[in-house]
Design a protein around this ligand. Sequence first.
Ligand code: SF4
Length: 345
Amino acid sequence: MSKELAKKIKAEALRLGFTLAGITTPETPPHISTYQNWLDAGRHGSMTYLENERARSRRNNPRLILPECQSILLLAVPYPDPKTATAKPEQGTGKVASYAWNEDYHLLLPEKMKAIVTFIEGEEGHSIPNRWYTDTGPILERDLAQRAGLGWIGKNTCLINPQHGSYFFLAEILLGIELPSDEAINADHCGTCTRCIEACPTQAILPNRTLDANRCISYLTIENKGEIAEELRPKIGAWIFGCDICQMICPWNRFASPVTEAKIDPHPNLITELDLTPQEFNKKFKNNPVKRAKRRGYLRNVAVALGNVGDPAAIPALEKALNDIEPLVRDHARWALDRIKSKRI
Ligand code: SF4
């Protein structure tokens, strides 16, 4: 087991722009039973791809992904701290979660992951079995990242690093070489704090460091492809893609992420967004995470936000949306109109 090689790999990862790098083994992740109980309780909403036997068994045993795996390199790459947005939210603007302010990380990270593998193979002088994921495969990455010493899992379910907070993506490379593991962060630095639990508008944060996806604004506005339950709509406020509340409230994020760049407007005008044609939507969000919601999901969210903002100036745009090509958009525009009009009576 080469300590020297592990040191060089981590230094290379930092040189490539990763903020954190740590190593763990492919043994079963420590909180696998919490995860399995979460699935069994149906807290994953409509994300049924999580529950099949293949996905379950791979999360339990990373060697089913790569039989030669002896070590897993966990990596973190930062995304913007929402408080660094130059334009602040105003009446009539929506809010986009900060992880989506720039190009889709699924497009950005593969090049860096390949560069690390090439570096390791160059150091070893031969090819090495490997497999990498950027939130794209059946692996419990937060749990493994905790065991690799990158942070602890906070009550808001995010991986939190004592120096860097929680505004980062995780990625991992399974490697067919043995490397020394880093020390896990087992201490719970949340202590008696419960700020995120109290701040969550939909009470989605459960006591055992899991989320009820069925109530989580991120899930409701991104992964959920259908309608948003009426009783939850008023609680979503102006969030139109994801939500940062449980991270913004966390005291560990006072150590701001060094990333301040935003390639899209984090606070777009809601009336303008509701008017996006399919072509305009595809062009605007071509390489951006927002495209995951598809136009119908995004405009559904925009309609809900307009209903919550309650500005009568949105009535003509919402009336136009009653004729949208998507029934989902029409239904949520109807709800928003009723909400705005009922407030005027
Ligand atoms: Fe932990 Fe408090 Fe941060 Fe929630 S807000 S994750 S309880 S430190």
